[in-house]
Design a protein. Structure first.
Length: 141
């Protein structure tokens, strides 16, 4: 079942995002940020997939009005399908739904940043029709 996340999903979402990042993130900080995002219905939409009362996938969207697009753009901030549920079409369905949600927010495009080490994710996005057209640079502070 696909649905919008609620705060009581926080433990399952935390586990998936920790899996995505291959690290143990502070649950307290994660919870506070999730709570803030779920309350901001204009700029965030967190989509989950649930099977047998467990959260098996998450796709978190941020909607942002950008000057250089003269309107809103959707960005996938986090997207993870649990390891044992990959290859079942869940990711594809979530991506399609994310595009529909983005259109409902009147976004002109959907974007995602993908870590260079996640080659299978990059292939997924390309297969879904996304193009690699930008560079992204980061720096630890």
């Amino acid at each position: 079942m696909y649905r919008k996340a609620v705060l009581s999903d926080s433990k399952g979402l935390h586990a998936l995002v920790c899996e995505l990042e291959a690290t143990e993130l502070s649950y307290e900080k994660f919870y506070d940020i999730l709570n803030e995002q779920l309350q901001d219905r204009q700029h965030y939409y967190c989509l989950i997939c649930e099977k047998d009362n467990s959260i098996v996938a998450v796709l978190n969207l941020r909607i942002e009005r950008q000057l250089h697009h003269a309107g809103p753009v959707a960005e996938i901030m986090e997207f993870c399908v649990g390891q044992e549920y990959r290859g079942m079409g869940i990711g594809k369905e979530m991506f399609v739904r994310a595009c529909e949600i983005s259109k409902a927010f009147k976004c002109s495009q959907i974007e995602v940043t993908c870590n260079k080490g996640r080659e299978s994710a990059a292939k997924f996005y390309e297969k879904a029709g996304m193009k690699s057209s930008h560079f992204k640079y980061t720096m630890e502070l």
